[in-house]
Structure formats: C-alpha cells, structure tokens
Design a protein around this ligand. Structure first.
Ligand code: FVH
Length: 296
C-alpha cells in the first residue's frame, strides 16, 4: 500500500429481506456505500436489478438469514414477516424490522425474536423510496427496541436515511411513525376539502396550491404550543384564538361548504369535538382539549 492510499474500511455485511419499492431503495443505498449485501425476495425476478449492482441473491429467506448477523426486513406487513421468517434460524441474529406495523405487533415481534435468540430493533420509515440514500432529502427512520443493537449498527443503519432512537419499548417506533402519518392524513384531508371548495369555480387549483402550502407551513409550528399546554395541563396558556371564537366561526365553514356543493364529511367531525369541548365550559382554552376528548 502506498502512502496516499486509504486503508479499506470493513463495512458490515447486511442481509435484506424484501425488494419492493422501499427494499430496493434500501438495497441500492447499502450497495452504493460498499456494504456487502445478501438479498431475498419472494418473487425472485425483483432481485435481478440489485444483483446486477452487486447484491448476492439467496434462494430462500432462511439462507439469507444464515448469511449475516445483521438482518433487515422490509416487507408489506406483519403477516408477510411471519411468512418469510417461518423457516429461518434467528439464533444470534440482530433483527431490524422496517415493515410498517402497529405498536402491538412490533412488541409481539420483539418477544417473538427474543424467544428465537435474536436481538430486535423495530423501525418506522419516515421517507419515500426516492429519499433513501439522499441525505439532503431529510428522510429518517424511527427506531425502538434494543439500544445495544442500535448503537452497534448505528453507522450501517444510518446509510439509507437518518436515525432516531425513540425508546427501548419496541412499539415506540411504530407509534411515532403512525402518529406522524396520522397528522399527515389530517393535512391531506384539509387540503382535499380546500380543493373541493374551489372545484366548480373558475379558479386554477395550481394558483391555490402555493397559498395552501404556505398557509400549512405557517400553521404547523402551533403543535409546539399544543405540546406545551398538554405538558402543563393549562390549555389557556398563550392562547391567541380561543375555542369560543373558533367554534362561533364553524357555521361559516359549513355554510360555505353547502354553498359550494361540498360535503362537510371531512370537516364536521372535528367541529363536533370543538362544540363538545365548548359545552364543557372551555371557551377560553385553545383547541388542545380536543386531544382529551379523543383519548378513550
Ligand atoms: N413505499 C413507501 O412509500 C412507504 C414509505 C414508508 C414505509 N413503507 C413501508 O415499507 C414496507 C415495504 O414497502 P414497499 O414500498 O417496499 O412495498 P411493496 O413495493 O408493496 O413491496 C412489498 C414487499 O413485501 C413482499 N411481500 C408481500 N407479501 C409477502 C409475503 N406473504 N411473504 C413474503 N414477502 C411478501 C413483496 O414481495 P413480492 O410481492 O415482490 O414477492 C415485496 O418485496 C411496508 O411495510 C410499507 O408500509 C413504504
């Protein structure tokens, strides 16, 4: 080796089960970073592209699991994880499950892995496939479960996207994942209602879109105040637009929907909760009390 050559760094070998859209993106990120990669996919043809890029293709999930210590699973759902890993020996393996599941499924999978002699880390991916392997895209993965496993493999796990460990409870990654995605669907619902309102008018949706995006961005930081109020228990702290005022405005929204021939079905349930909270005598509060009405 000459003076200018850099000593090759040993990269952790990875086994990846699942080569759907997300699995393929993960595979490409690890291959591009120089990690030896063994892959398996139920439909073998889907492995051809990454094989051409250097991945070793195993003919069964059990063979793929036997190849390396670090096993990453990215399949459709919890049932497919069960099916894929049914015949695999997980003894001494580090199982990282990036399949979207419920928190209860994640906890059950952690126990299932422990019984089979594996350490377990659950993951919730906050990114879409084009964001994988592109640090500037801002994608990351919530992890929970074995902190030891997380720390040992931190560098390897950080190759496809950023990493955030949210607790030793294996269900917490799924919980954070679903919490953020639920908020996202609420935003999509609001945007769908907004576009429906202008649908029959001579208004270009493309002219509404930037106004809508800017408004949602401007409103987003309000979650910090909600969090602070939930922590303190004082829902009147820092209130700018109180519940009484906002509830009084709801007929305007419902009447506008009626005038525009738009169903109120996305908006009305939230307004009903606001009215219920107001009826409890919380007019001076923020909208935060709705959180308590939702918790059963
Ligand atoms: N794609 C996305 O935008 C989201 C971003 C956030 C995280 N999700 C979750 O990631 C998991 C995998 O998603 P995906 O995008 O790779 O999904 P598909 O392209 O549909 O690929 C599904 C893979 O699962 C395999 N599979 C399905 N059923 C079984 C089974 N019973 N046994 C073994 N494998 C199974 C499927 O295999 P094949 O159909 O090619 O044979 C694919 O490899 C997911 O949890 C998302 O929620 C992605």
């Amino acid at each position: 080796m000459t003076q200018n050559q850099v000593e090759p760094v040993n990269k952790t070998s990875v086994t990846l089960l699942g080569l759907g859209a997300m699995g393929t993106a993960l595979a490409r990120a690890w291959l591009a970073a120089g990690h030896p990669l063994t892959v398996w996919n139920r439909t073998p043809a889907r492995a051809e592209a990454v094989a051409a890029e250097g991945a070793r293709v195993a003919d069964s999930a059990a063979t793929a699991v036997a190849a390396n210590t670090l096993i990453v699973v990215c399949l459709l759902d919890d049932a497919s994880v069960d099916e894929a890993l049914a015949g695999a020996d997980l003894t001494g393996r580090d199982l990282v499950n990036l399949t979207t599941t419920t928190p209860a499924q994640a906890r059950a999978r952690a126990e299932w892995a422990r019984e089979r002699g594996a350490r377990y880390l659950d993951g919730g991916i906050m990114a879409v496939p084009p964001m994988i392997g592109v640090p500037e895209a801002g994608g990351y993965v919530f992890y929970s479960g074995s902190r030891e496993l997380f720390e040992e493999h931190h560098e390897t796990l950080g190759v496809p996207a950023g990493t955030v460990h949210v607790g030793d409870d294996a269900g917490f990654a799924a919980l954070h994942d679903v919490a953020l995605l639920s908020a996202m669907y609420g935003m999509f619902a609001g945007a769908a209602h907004a576009f429906a309102l202008i649908r029959k008018e001579n208004i270009d949706p493309a002219s509404l879109a930037p106004l809508l995006a800017d408004w949602l961005v401007a409103m987003a930081p309000s979650v910090h105040q909600t969090a602070e109020q939930l922590r303190s228990g004082d829902y009147t702290k820092g209130v700018v637009s109180n519940l009484a005022m906002q509830t009084a405005g709801t007929p305007t929204f419902l009447n506008t929907a009626e005038e525009q021939g738009v169903s109120p079905e996305l908006l009305a349930p939230y307004f009903e909760l606001m009215h219920r909270r107001l009826a409890e005598g919380s007019g001076e509060e923020d909208l935060t009390g709705v959180v308590d009405l939702l918790v059963r």
